[in-house]
Write a protein that binds this ligand. Structure first.
Ligand code: FES
Length: 134
């Protein structure tokens, strides 16, 4: 829970926080680091204000996720795993979001978007770039 709170507050978990969490919880730094690196929703590096997580697992992949990823990458001018130069948007791929029945799917921050098309994803990203929400 401490890792989640720090990640939510800062957008990532810095080294100092890892050490402090290990100290206050009486856990080794290695164990804290193990948890922090296991969960993809926790980051040890600064990320954008908004995070787009596109599912790249089998169902979404079969229903067009690779084309959607290309469209989003083109729209943002970055590749998966990168953050826009203005620091506003990070693009990531992720494993199954549990929305297989509505695939292809992605999360923008904590908001699910599903039944995506490449053009629909472009419109969503344009809205986000223009200051809109998820
Ligand atoms: S495979 Fe994409 S949401 Fe399950």
């Amino acid at each position: 829970m401490l890792l989640i709170e720090v990640n939510r507050e800062l957008g990532f978990v810095p080294d100092e926080a890892l050490r402090e969490i290990a100290r206050v919880s009486g856990t080794s730094l290695a164990d804290v680091l193990g948890v922090a690196t296991f969960y993809s929703f926790l980051s040890l590096e600064p990320r954008g204000t908004h995070i787009i997580r596109l599912c790249d697992t089998i169902i979404c992949s079969m229903k067009g996720a690779p084309d959607i990823l290309s469209a989003i990458e083109e729209e943002l001018g970055i590749r998966a795993g990168q953050t826009t130069k203005d620091g506003r948007i990070t693009l990531e791929t992720t494993s199954c979001l549990g929305l297989c029945d509505q695939s292809p799917a992605m999360l923008i921050d904590d908001v699910p978007r599903s039944r995506l098309t490449a053009e629909g994803a472009r419109e969503i990203v344009r809205g986000l770039m223009q200051g809109g929400g998820a």
